[in-house]
Design a protein around this ligand. Structure first.
Ligand SMILES: Cc1ncc(COP(=O)(O)O)c(C=O)c1O
Length: 450
C-alpha cells in the first residue's frame, strides 16, 4: 500500500461493504420516485445565514450541526446552501441508494459518500482533482472531454503532475501504467467517452486501482445516474456535468462530484470553500426541478436514439456509426453489462467526407430544422456538432486523431422531438450534404435580416 491518502484504509473498509453489487442498476420505479421526491425546497437566494447564537456559529464552523443538516449549508453560500444541499442529497440517493439500503440509518451518522454541487462540470472536475493532487503525483487519463483534457495538461505543465494519457477501453493499459509508474494516485475516465462512445470496463479497472491504492474517477455525464451508477461497479469518485442530462433543458451550467466521505469532508471541502466554485441557489433549485423527470426523459431519448441508429446504419450516405447499442460496437458486451441502456449520443461519419459533414451541420443551423448546431448534449433539444473543431478542438491534432476523433466525425445528441421528426430531418440533411446545391442562409443571417 502507498499510504498516499491518510483516509484510504477507512474508505477501503467501507467500500468493501457495498462495491460491485449484484444489481448493477437501481430499480427504475425507485429511481423515478427519488427523482420526483416529495416537494422542492424554497429557493434560498441569500449569501449568508443568521446564527441562533455565538455557540451555534462556532459549532457550524467546526463542522457540527444541531439537526443533522449539512453544517456548512447555513453559514455562507460559498460554503453551502439549503437549496444546493437538497440537490446534493437527491443525486446521492440516485447514485448510492444501494449504500443507503445496506447501511440504513447508520450511514447518516457515519457517511460513506460525500457530495458537492458546483457551478459547472469543469468546476467539479478541477476542484475534485486539486483537492488531493500534489506535485510528483501521477494521473492516468482516458479519452476525455476537451476542457478536461486541457485542464490535466495544465496540471502537468504548471504543477508537476505526471499525466499519462491512455486508451482505458483496454484495461491492461491501466494495469501496465500503474505498475510502471508507482506515483500514480488516480485514474480519470469517461465512459462512454466523448465523442467516440467507446466504453471502459469500470468494474475490471476498479479491481486494479483498488489493489494499488489508486482512485478511480468516473465522469458519468454521458449516462446520467439513470443509465449507469459507477459506485455499484467499484468507482471511488463519480462526476457529472449536470448541464447535460440532469438539467436536460439547456437552462443552467452546473456539476456534481461524489466520493469518499473522509476526503470530501476534509481536503475536498477545503478546496471547495477556498476556490469558490459554488453554484447559485437558483441554479440548484432549477436542477432539482429538472431532475424530477430525468428517468422519463432519458428513457424516451434512448428509445428514439436506438431507432435513429438503425435508420442511420442503413442509410446509404452514412459511412460509419459509433453507438454502444450496436452489436458491432467494440465494447458492446461491457456496455450491456454496466449500462441500463446504450444512451442517446451517436457519433457518425458521412459519405462525402469533411465537406459533406460541414454541409450536414450547416443544414441544422437553419431555423426550419428541428435540432440545433450547438455543442451541449443531454437536452430535450437535439444538438449536432463537429468535435474536431468545437468540443475537442483544443486537443493536439496528433492525439485527437489517435483517439479516433477524426475531422469527419459528427456528434449527435438525441433530444425529445420524436423519432419521425428527427429521422426526416436527418434524411433531408444527409441528402442536402451530398447535393451540389448551395444551402440556405444560416439561422443567424435570417434572424439578422428578418
Ligand atoms: C463528459 C463531459 N464532462 C464534463 C464537461 C464539462 O461540463 P460543463 O460544461 O458543465 O463545465 C462536459 C461538457 O461538455 C462533458 O461533455
Amino acid at each position: 500500500m502507498k499510504g498516499r491518502f491518510e483516509w484510504w484504509n477507512e474508505w477501503f473498509d467501507k467500500k468493501q461493504k457495498y462495491a460491485r453489487t449484484e444489481e448493477k442498476q437501481l430499480d427504475e420505479d425507485r429511481f423515478n420516485s427519488i427523482c420526483v421526491g416529495t416537494g422542492l425546497p424554497n429557493i434560498h437566494q441569500k449569501s449568508t445565514f443568521a446564527f441562533r447564537d455565538v455557540q451555534d456559529g462556532a459549532d457550524r464552523f467546526l463542522g457540527m450541526s444541531p439537526s443533522g443538516e449539512k453544517p456548512f449549508a447555513r453559514v455562507y453560500t460559498r460554503l453551502g446552501n439549503p437549496s444546493t444541499e437538497y440537490l446534493e442529497k437527491k443525486i446521492f440517493q440516485l447514485e448510492c441508494s444501494h449504500i443507503i439500503d445496506k447501511a440504513l440509518a447508520a450511514d447518516e451518522q457515519d457517511p460513506t459518500i460525500g457530495a458537492f454541487v458546483f457551478s459547472s462540470g469543469m468546476a467539479a472536475i478541477s476542484t475534485t482533482l486539486m483537492g488531493f493532487i500534489r506535485p510528483g503525483d501521477g494521473l492516468i487519463v482516458g479519452n476525455v472531454y476537451g476542457c478536461t483534457d486541457s485542464f490535466v495538461r495544465y496540471l502537468d505543465d504548471r504543477f508537476g503532475v505526471n499525466v499519462y494519457f491512455t486508451d482505458t477501453t483496454k484495461t491492461e493499459n491501466v494495469a501496465e501504467l500503474i505498475k510502471e509508474h508507482p506515483e500514480v494516485v488516480a485514474v480519470l475516465l469517461e465512459t462512454p467517452a466523448n465523442p467516440t462512445l467507446e466504453i471502459s470496463d469500470i468494474e475490471a479497472i476498479s479491481k486494479i486501482t483498488e489493489a494499488n491504492e489508486t482512485l478511480l474517477i468516473v465522469d458519468n455525464t454521458f449516462c446520467s445516474p439513470f443509465l449507469q451508477q459507477p459506485f455499484r461497479l467499484g468507482a471511488d469518485i463519480v462526476i457529472h456535468s449536470m448541464t447535460k442530462y440532469i438539467n436536460g433543458h439547456s437552462a443552467s451550467i452546473a456539476g456534481v462530484s461524489l466520493g469518499p466521505y473522509p476526503y470530501f469532508s476534509g481536503e475536498m471541502f477545503a478546496a471547495y470553500k477556498d476556490f469558490g466554485p459554488t453554484p447559485s441557489p437558483f441554479d440548484s433549485w432549477l436542477n432539482s426541478f429538472s431532475l424530477q423527470d430525468l428517468g422519463l426523459r432519458v428513457k424516451a431519448q434512448v428509445k428514439t436514439a436506438k431507432k435513429l441508429v438503425k435508420f442511420l446504419d442503413e442509410h446509404p450516405l452514412v459511412k460509419s456509426i459509433h453507438y454502444p447499442g450496436l452489436k458491432s460496437h467494440p465494447q458492446y458486451e461491457v456496455g450491456q453489462k454496466q449500462m441500463r441502456g446504450p444512451g442517446a449520443m451517436i457519433a457518425f461519419e458521412v459519405e462525402g467526407g469533411f465537406e459533406a459533414g460541414v454541409k450536414l451541420m450547416n443544414y441544422f443551423a437553419r431555423p426550419d430544422t428541428p435540432m440545433e448546431l450547438a455543442v451541449s448534449l443531454g437536452s430535450v433539444i437535439s444538438y449536432i456538432e463537429h468535435p474536431a473543431s468545437m468540443t475537442h478542438g483544443g486537443i493536439p491534432e496528433e492525439d485527437r486523431l489517435k483517439r479516433g476523433i477524426t475531422n469527419t466525425l459528427v456528434r449527435l445528441s438525441v433530444g425529445a422531438e420524436g423519432f419521425k421528426t428527427l429521422r426526416n430531418a436527418l434524411d433531408a440533411g444527409l441528402r442536402q450534404a451530398n447535393s451540389s446545391k448551395e444551402l440556405n442562409k444560416s439561422k443567424d443571417e435570417e434572424l439578422m435580416v428578418g
